[in-house]
Design a protein around this ligand. Structure first.
Ligand SMILES: [Zn+2]
Length: 107
């Protein structure tokens, strides 16, 4: 498991922390935030504390509107497949290679 420090906007922070989009004003913006949640398999974002106001773009949805930014951690899979089986077995997950192979036998 790899971790990357990122900074995200308040809309993404609420969504990633609580699945809450009620504070988002427009349906268009809500769709943008939810689409940004489309992370690679095995990835997720843990939201940390507010860093205060910033003009820096959100690392999740890409918004460059000024506003509060939250420190967050992006968890992603290891690059080396060898290490994945042990880590993922306890979560009921499989490697991409195993998934691909299983898919071939389903038909
Ligand atoms: Zn965002």
């Amino acid at each position: 498991m790899n971790t990357t420090d990122i900074r995200i906007c308040v809309d993404c922070a609420c969504y990633h922390a609580n699945g809450d989009t009620t504070g988002i004003e427009s349906a268009e913006r809500e769709a943008e935030v939810i689409a940004a949640r489309m992370l690679a398999p095995g990835e997720h974002i843990a939201v940390g504390d507010s860093d205060g106001f910033s003009w820096s773009s959100c690392d999740a949805c890409g918004s460059d509107l000024g506003g509060d930014r939250f420190s967050a951690t992006l968890f992603s899979e290891d690059d080396e497949p060898e290490g994945m089986n042990d880590d993922y077995s306890q979560y009921g997950r499989i490697t991409q290679a195993d998934y691909d192979q299983a898919g071939r036998f389903q038909l």
